[in-house]
Design a protein around this ligand. Structure first.
Ligand SMILES: [Zn+2]
Length: 245
């Protein structure tokens, strides 16, 4: 799984070997946790992604629904009624333990973002570096600050660095425009958001115009081309960008 891979909900369940019913899942992968997030209009929480740094502010979660109580009107709970930590509490403790030096390493969280119902995008691994319990004008909510991990060995695999970040609204637009299919062959599985001009080659402003859907096969054949472009550049040939169609 690489950042910007597109997966279905059942792929997500298979990848994490868990039936993820809630957004915050502390310690689900033994050495890491899982957050599900959404920045779609009408999303239940106010998660934010900084598209320049890739940092995420993730909002804590509300108290469970109860007759006669609006979960959006009461403080997000730190503990359950019988005194156990809620998911908010577990992550809050992990963040404060890291800040105080009690935890040597920050807690790691894999994040998946909802693009549309049933369609998710993997955002990579993040470090939980800070947390706050703040008044939002009406009630107290949790805010968790997450920084992208440059490179982490994850159950034997190495997560690729997140060098480019495709904003969520661009992802939604591209998904719609390309009809949820690879633009080369029409495949509708193993898809990946592809940034047409690699970030390293100056494709820095990310708009729907330079992002497209590619299947794993075509995404792979593109990396071969990038390599050959690099080889050509090394040999003194310029104008490599015409290699994209
Ligand atoms: Zn394809």
């Amino acid at each position: 799984m690489k950042p910007d891979d597109i997966i279905s909900y059942s792929d997500l369940v298979r990848e994490e070997k868990a039936n993820l019913q809630k957004g915050m899942n502390f310690g689900i992968g033994k050495k890491y946790s899982v957050f599900l997030m959404s920045v779609r209009p009408g999303a239940p929480y106010r998660d934010k992604i900084d598209s320049a740094t890739g940092c995420i502010i993730y909002e804590g979660h509300d108290a469970p629904k109860k007759a006669g109580v609006d979960p959006k009107a009461v403080d997000q709970p730190l503990t359950t009624p019988n005194g156990k930590w809620t998911e908010n509490g577990k992550f809050f403790r992990a963040a404060t333990d890291y800040k105080s030096g009690l935890l040597k390493e920050p807690h790691l969280i894999r994040i998946y973002e909802k693009i549309q119902p049933g369609t998710w995008s993997y955002k990579g691994v993040f470090e939980l570096v800070d947390a706050a319990y703040v008044l939002d004008g009406k009630r107290k909510v949790f805010c968790f600050e997450l920084h992208p991990v440059e490179k982490t060995v994850f159950s034997g695999r190495v997560e690729v660095p997140i060098t480019r970040l495709i904003p969520s609204e661009v992802k939604r637009e591209v998904w719609k425009r390309d009809g949820g299919r690879c633009v080369k062959c029409g495949a509708n599985h193993n898809l990946h958001y592809d940034h047409d001009i690699p970030f390293s080659r100056g494709g820095s402003s990310i708009t729907a115009a330079n992002v497209r859907l590619l299947c794993a096969k075509h995404n792979l054949s593109k990396s071969d081309k990038i390599m050959s472009v690099a080889v050509l550049a090394h040999l003194g040939f310029g104008g490599g960008l015409q290699f994209y169609n």
